[in-house]
Design a protein around this ligand. Sequence first.
Ligand code: ZN
Length: 545
Amino acid sequence: MNKIFVNQVGFLKDSAKRAVVNFKAPDFKVIDAQGKAVYEGALSHFGTDDISGEDTFIADFSSVTKEGTYKIKAGDTESVSFTIGDKSYDQLKKDICKCFYYLRCGAALDREHAGVYYHEPCHLSKATVYGEDTEPVDVSGGWHDAGDFGRYSTAGAVAVAHLLYGVRFFPNLLDIEFDIPKEKCDKGLFPDILSEVKVELDFLMKMQRENGSVWHKVTTFNHADFIMPEDDKNELFLFNVSSLATGDIAAVFALAYTVYKDYDKAYADTLLDKALKAYQWLNENPDELLFKNAEGSNTGEYGESEDISNRFWAACSLYEATSDDRYYQDAVKLSERLISFDKAAVKKGYQGDVFTCLGWAEVAGLGGFSLILKNADNVLTASIKESFVSEAKRLCSNASKNGFNLCMDKKDFIWGSNMELLKYLMVLTVSNVIATEKEFEDAITSGIDYLLGCNSMDVSYVTGNGEKAFKNPHLRPTAVDDIEEPWPGLVSGGPNVGLHDPKASELPKNLPAMKCYLDDVECYSLNEITIYWNSPLVFVMGGLQ
Ligand SMILES: [Zn+2]
């Protein structure tokens, strides 16, 4: 079928602008809202690639910079409409930030701010400490993690980190207003993004034990049925502490200190105290304490194979927050252990540099962000910068191999492939801060284009943003609330060649990687949402100024 794939939201005035056409035509036009051609150009034939399953022709209309709403036309085929202008992403940015508000756990979402998506208070009962005969603990608050109602320390810390490193690198994120209840601070009112992040930080503080260690997660024993959060009344359990969670919490509280100290000194000091307490526990407990689900429990495990990157992130973040050289020395030692670990991983077929990993498991890249922000003249910082720039160059080389200029490889289309993409766009964004390159900027733009509709599924992977945005996330509240449209701004997990759920496995075999997707609520391996799939998009949008 003849199709024109294009970013369905729009383009900034001065950015590169491309659409991908899957049929041969003599030329293409950019037409305005009145149907008048404002630009005509030739299509350039790229050919087929191994990820999209399309014979691709590129329509480059970067020279169109006049603000407006447009479509691409080739032959008799027209694309969906999109905008060009400085404000093209303003609504998207509000939507992707407000998703965290809609995912709040604990107090009710009120009708004033949540509209039809309000819900009653949820998960307020105290949590039983699994395997211990101690008093139940109040760990209410924070954000539901994903399509389920679990709350997980490492996942929460990483989502917060994406948002707060975003604020550190790109203070323009502080200006986004997304209609949430305002919270007071020393300076008057917190910027919205800090107000929302504080909700998760307050919860994460409750996840820390007296001795400094951190419970890995709080969930019911098994996933709830598809019901509203307030109807999930099963017993909550705090499962074991892990050195993974304790490392991440030390890191993210130290990072939060650097941001909140300018708004609320007492709150920031509490965060730093708790970060130091977690770090002290790590020092007193040098052996890794990993995490496995209790037998019979099926909520998210968030297991990791080692805790070196978590400890590394903590050391780097505390170094950045306190300037104490002791933490730098720790970071250097841990970096040596990480390099040995990475070499072993590379031997097993894993490609990549461990120092640019930014996901919920491998977090050394977040430590790298702290060092880049500190920008001290030392060996480790220089080598981290090199890692980022060389990874960015590898990503640009990937992008040159497909018609969508997408920085992904076939092997990246795993469960949550859109997060693989967004992590790559974070690497490119920070590399562009270290050493500005046009090819980095183009790869970032093309990555955003892919996410917002320039892909061979012809779908925008952000709800409510784009004429053909996905509508059926695997997300309990939106699945059962009897409201047709989910709330806007949710990022889908995206194509996954593994097709890991029963509904997905009904898709034809041997589909091209980019087409291993179905917009279906049952497809938890293709169409779930999570806090840490939204957070990297906020970061990347901050860098697009
Ligand atoms: Zn809840």
